[in-house]
Design a protein around this ligand. Structure first.
Ligand code: SAH
Length: 346
């Protein structure tokens, strides 16, 4: 039975070396196998052509490789590609390749579904089914790297953890996947090119700071007024703006890296002068920049993107206070690949 055997990619290089030593083989085999698993992305023991048949059989008696499979690919007219990724147990998550003239960004999922309840997000409508394993997160990145080379003739340049799920609710596996992505036997990517986006879980943000992570942090703020934030992100009643601010101050003190606030402006929800002033005030606590995200409709009439006029008011107020602000245009909307739209429609 497949599920009974251990997933070999849950083992460290040292553990695989030990396995060989314990079975009377040379520990050196472990290095070869490890390389096949991570650098070369082997999905079957039989792919490991410099390993003898007996050894491959020994491996398959003890282990499985729970690799992902890109089940279907959808291509947007703007070049965005959405992968529906099938996991070893049949569950599906989505990841997205987003090309711009100068870079290719991968947007990856960290959970099947999501445990949080943001009212404006399609993923929130799926209940959380499980956390992804480190290799399942890594494999999404690897698949997009291959697609980037195939379709855009260049490797992947950036990664955002902004797909399905809340990364900080799957803390250990997310960090392990980033270790692999940044390590030489993985993709050797600089952590400066990686951004983890969180809905804002204060305790875990502090833990990131204590763990001295080197990647960037983005926080989905959407309102700097406590009661409003609770209306659109109900879990925020446990994780308050005051606690969030305190955690972000802690993060900045330890890392000296600027935070990015993600912010959608909705008609009649956070489009008033009071909302703008609250955001400007909140931005003064910790060095930051604001990324205004275009709202992507998820068939819910209660949310509508505010007018460009309001967006300009936000931009003017932030710029007047010397807070860097960018506007993120939606990509891949025609294939439901944009922020907040990942929900396995198929
Ligand atoms: N759970 C994490 C990461 C996934 S969501 C987080 O909350 O940050 C990635 C980003 O998309 C977040 O900023 C989220 O608030 C935003 N988002 C969710 N639904 C959206 C929608 N319908 N339109 C635009 N952005 C959305």
């Amino acid at each position: 039975m497949k599920a009974k055997k251990k997933d070999i990619r849950a083992l460290s290089r040292e553990e695989i070396r030990e396995f060989f030593q314990n079975t009377g083989e040379k520990a050196f085999r472990g290095n070869q196998v490890y390389e096949w698993l991570w650098s070369k992305g082997a999905h079957h023991f039989d792919d490991m052509t410099n390993i003898s048949k007996e050894t491959r059989e020994l491996l398959s008696e003890h282990f499985v490789i729970n690799h992902i499979e890109v089940d279907s690919i959808q291509k947007s007219k703007d070049g965005t590609i959405k992968n529906a990724v099938k996991l070893f147990d049949g569950l599906i998550v989505e990841s997205v390749l987003i090309p711009t003239p100068s870079r290719t960004t991968a947007c990856v999922s960290t959970q099947v579904g999501c445990s949080l309840d943001c009212k404006f997000c399609a993923t929130a409508r799926l209940k959380k089914m499980r956390n992804l394993n480190p290799d399942e997160i890594y494999d999404q990145v690897k698949a997009i790297d291959q697609e980037s080379k195939l379709y855009h003739s260049r490797p992947l340049s950036n990664i955002v953890f902004m797909g399905m799920g809340e990364p900080l609710m799957n803390y250990n596996n997310v960090l392990k996947s980033i270790d692999k992505i940044t390590s030489e036997e993985g993709l050797g990517m600089s952590p400066k090119r990686i951004t983890v986006s969180t809905s804002g879980i204060p305790k875990m943000i502090k833990k990131l700071a204590d763990d001295e992570v080197k990647f960037n942090l983005a926080v989905s703020l959407h309102s700097a007024i406590q009661v409003k934030r609770e209306q659109i992100m109900p879990f925020a009643n446990k994780f308050t703006l005051v606690d969030l601010k305190e955690a972000l101050e802690y993060w900045y003190k330890k890392t000296t890296r600027r935070i990015t606030y993600e912010y959608v402006i909705w008609d009649g929800i956070n489009d008033s002068r009071e909302d703008i002033n609250a955001l400007v005030a909140y931005c003064k606590y910790v060095p930051c920049k604001v990324n205004l995200i275009e709202y992507n409709s998820i068939d819910d009439d209660s949310f509508k993107q505010a007018s460009p006029h309001v967006t300009n008011e936000y931009i003017n107020a932030l710029e007047k206070n010397r807070i860097p602000v960018t506007v993120r245009r939606s990509r891949g909307k025609d294939i439901d690949a944009a922020c907040g739209q990942l929900a396995n429609k198929q």
